[in-house]
Design a protein around this ligand. Structure first.
Ligand SMILES: *Cc1c(COP(=O)(O)O)cnc(C)c1O
Length: 428
C-alpha cells in the first residue's frame, strides 16, 4: 500500500482484493491447505517457499489482519496470537531462553507481571524490574551480560503511568538489545512506539482494537530495524542455523525486516499453537475499521469524566495523563499529543465501602473485569483483583482501597457524568 494516512489504513490496510474477489476480508475457515505435489509442500516445510499448510501456524485471514496492524504501527511484519498474554510471551520468549534475563518496567499489566516474574522465572529466565520513572543510571544498572530485551507499556494498565519510550529505547540499544512495547492502551492511533525507537510492539487486541468486547486476541509487530547480526552472540536463535528447519539462519534468510516474526511463527506458533482463530481475526478487523473514529470519542469521554471527577469533593485524586497537573501530563504531551485512552482511575473518600456503594449505584457503567470496550465499565481492585490484600498492603502497592478504574466507552459524555454524579450522591 502507498503511504496512506492512519485512518485509511484502519479501513483498507492489509487486504487489497483482486478483480472479482470478496470486498471484505474472507474468513478462511479451513485447518489445512491443498497442494498438487509433495515437493510443493516440502518447500513450505523448509521455509523455501511461503504459503499455508496448517492453520496452527498461519492462516490467510489472520495474515491480512496482521498486515493491517503492522502497517498501522509502521512495522515490517506482524502476526496475530490467541490473546495478549500469548503475544507478550511470544515476543519475550522469541529472544530470551533459560539462563537469560529481561529488564522490564514495574508498571505493567498484572497478567504480564505474573508471566514474567513467576512463569518465565520457572523457565529459568530472570528479570529486573525498574520504575517507569527511573533515572538513566538506575535503568542502565538493571542490565546484565545475559539481558536479551527490555519491556514496557506505553500507558500502563492499570496504573496509567506513561513510559518515556525514547529513554528506554536508548538504554536498550546502548546494551545491544531491542525494546518491546505493549501499546494496547494507546493504540497506534495515539502513539506509534516504533517512531520513538521501539523495536517490537505488542497488543492485547481484546481491548480497543476489537473494542466491542467480542474476541480475545493479541498481535506482535516487528519494526524491522534491529540489527540481529550485529549482536549475533546475544541472539543465537536468530543468528545461527535452526536445525528444525534444515539449518536456515533467520536473520540471514529473512533479514532485519522478517527474521523476528518468521522465527516466532515457525518455532513458537508451531510448538505452542496459540493461534487466533480466523473467525476472531475477522471480528478484530471489524473493530480496526473504526479504531481511528472510536479512539477520539474514548479520549473525549475519558477527558470529560476525569475533569468532572477532579473537581468533585468525594474524590481524593484522579489519574488521567490528559489532565493538566497529572504526574504524566508532560510525557503525554510528547508521546500522546492526540489523546491517551478512555481509562481513568480515581480514589474515593471512604475506601472499599465507598467504592462499593458508588459502583453498585451506577446505572450505565457496568461492573466488569474488562477495559477498552464500547460500553463504559468499572472495577474496584480492592474488592476484586486485589481482594486478598489488606488496606495497608493495598496502599503500599499503589492501589488504595477506594480506587476505582473506569473505562469510558462511546456513550454520550453528559449521560456518563450524570450517572457518575448520581452514584457519588449515594456515597456517604
Ligand atoms: C489485557 C492486557 C493484556 C493481556 O491481554 P489478553 O488479551 O487479556 O490476554 C496485556 N497487556 C495489556 C496492557 C492489557 O491491558
Amino acid at each position: 500500500m502507498p503511504d496512506y494516512r492512519l485512518d485509511t489504513i484502519c479501513v483498507q490496510g492489509g487486504y487489497t482484493p483482486g478483480n472479482g474477489e470478496p470486498r471484505q476480508i474472507p474468513i478462511v475457515q479451513s485447518t489445512t491447505f491443498k497442494y498438487d505435489t509433495g515437493e510443493d509442500m516440502g518447500k513450505l516445510f523448509d521455509l523455501e517457499a511461503s504459503g499455508y499448510f496448517y492453520t496452527r501456524l498461519q492462516n490467510p485471514t489472520n495474515d491480512y489482519v496482521a498486515a493491517k496492524i503492522a502497517q498501522l504501527e509502521g512495522g515490517t511484519a506482524g502476526m496475530l496470537t490467541s490473546s495478549g498474554q500469548a503475544a507478550n510471551f511470544f515476543s519475550l520468549f522469541n529472544l530470551a531462553g533459560c539462563g537469560d534475563h529481561i529488564v522490564a518496567s514495574s508498571s505493567i499489566y498484572g497478567g504480564t507481571f505474573n508471566l514474567i516474574s513467576v512463569t518465565m522465572a520457572r523457565m529459568g529466565i530472570g528479570v529486573t524490574f525498574v520504575s517507569p520513572d527511573c533515572t538513566d543510571e538506575e535503568l542502565n544498572a538493571a542490565f546484565r551480560e545475559n539481558t536479551k530485551c527490555v519491556f514496557g507499556e506505553t500507558i500502563a494498565n492499570p496504573a496509567l503511568t506513561v513510559l518515556d519510550i525514547e529513554q528506554f529505547a536508548k538504554a536498550a540499544h546502548a546494551h545491544g538489545v531491542p525494546l518491546i512495547i505493549d501499546n494496547t492502551f494507546a493504540t497506534p492511533v495515539n502513539c506509534r512506539p516504533i517512531e520513538w525507537g521501539a523495536d517490537i510492539v505488542t497488543h492485547s487486541t481484546t481491548k480497543y482494537m476489537d473494542g466491542h468486547g467480542t474476541a480475545v486476541g493479541g498481535a506482535i509487530v516487528d519494526g524491522g530495524r534491529f540489527d540481529w547480526m550485529a549482536h549475533a552472540e546475544k541472539f543465537p536463535g536468530l543468528c545461527t542455523p535452526d536445525e528444525s528447519y534444515h539449518g536456515i539462519t533467520y536473520a540471514e534468510k529473512f533479514g532485519k525486516e522478517g527474521a523476528f516474526i518468521t522465527k516466532c511463527t515457525a518455532q513458537l506458533m508451531r510448538d505452542f499453537g496459540s493461534i487466533q482463530s480466523p473467525q476472531h481475526a475477522f471480528y478484530l478487523n471489524l473493530g480496526l475499521e473504526s479504531l481511528h473514529v472510536r479512539m477520539v470519542r474514548h479520549c473525549e469521554n475519558g477527558m470529560a469524566v476525569a475533569s468532572f471527577l477532579k473537581n468533585h469533593p468525594k474524590v481524593i485524586r484522579v489519574s488521567y495523563c490528559g489532565l493538566p497537573g497529572d504526574r504524566y501530563h508532560a510525557r503525554a504531551e510528547k508521546y500522546l499529543p492526540k489523546g491517551s485512552c478512555g481509562v481513568v482511575s480515581f480514589e474515593l473518600r471512604g475506601g472499599r465501602e465507598a467504592a462499593s456503594v458508588f459502583m453498585n449505584s451506577l446505572k450505565l457503567a457496568a461492573i466488569e473485569t474488562h477495559v477498552a470496550d464500547a460500553r463504559t465499565c468499572c472495577l474496584n481492585p480492592a474488592g476484586t483483583t486485589h481482594r486478598q490484600m489488606t488496606d495497608a498492603q493495598l496502599e503500599a502497592a499503589g492501589v488504595p482501597a477506594g480506587l476505582v478504574r473506569m473505562s469510558c466507552g462511546l456513550e454520550n459524555a453528559d449521560d456518563l457524568i450524570a450517572d457518575i454524579a448520581q452514584a457519588l450522591e449515594k456515597v456517604k
